[in-house]
Design a protein around this ligand. Sequence first.
Ligand SMILES: C[S@@+](CC[C@H](N)C(=O)[O-])C[C@H]1O[C@@H](n2cnc3c(N)ncnc32)[C@H](O)[C@@H]1O
Length: 265
Amino acid sequence: MPAKTIVDASVPNAGRVYDYLLGGHHNFEIDRQAGDRVKALMPTLPKLMRLFRWCLQDIAHELTTVRGYDAIVDFASGLPTADHLHTNAAPDTTLIYSDRDPVCVEYGREILGLTPNIHYFQADCRYPKQFLGRPEIQALLKGKRVAYVYWGISMYLSNDDIRVIANELYEVCDPDATLAFYIQPGDDSSSTAADVVETYRRMGETLYFHDQPEFAELIKPWVADSLGYRTMEAWHGVNSPISTEDAVFFPGGTTGIGVYLVKGK
Ligand SMILES: C[S@@+](CC[C@H](N)C(=O)[O-])C[C@H]1O[C@@H](n2cnc3c(N)ncnc32)[C@H](O)[C@@H]1O
């Protein structure tokens, strides 16, 4: 199979579809068509995605300005458009974005241009130890207090993937590291949810759902810090943007759950 490039406009790309749903301009007609299909199934989705990005900005502020980390490694970043972590991190924070999708990496580098201290690498977030061990990453993080982010990616991770991520990061992270994680509860028992899952399957993506108690087991020995597990509404301090008809996709009407994880004893 030929390597994917940003000029391949013949198949929809999950990163570009995400950009389209966020109202961005880094997408092609084929992505807009796929995005419109998802939007037709779940009209509230663009609002929700914007909420997730606002929460990312909260994370950037919390980790750098409040908790004093001077570097963030973000896994499965998608496109670093104007509402991503770097726009709300403290000045001079070293920010390492990554994604396994070469389209996102190539486009991401183009979007970021020569922004100082901000980098974009290709990496599979299921193997963080391998990524963090690369000489170029070690050089960028040398002497820094580093925090880690997995946001908007749990749907792409199986239970085994989460276990591996938890253990590998636990092994390589400093004792005072913080790991921000978003999890998407849900299931595909409703026809709407099944249609969304099928739309992503056609883009080559299998979607997984995780509930909070299950995730808390999988992510051990990391534990939630004193802020605990919070819905996106609570995280950002807003009312739920989910419409009644879309609530079927979100059990209990929740938009997903975020948590700051720290190393347990
Ligand atoms: C829904 S977007 C999330 C983007 C961003 N983190 C956010 O919250 O806005 C999911 C991204 O995860 C990437 N992705 C999926 N599986 C991955 C993997 N195993 N390793 C790295 N990136 C992955 C996709 O390419 C896509 O860009």
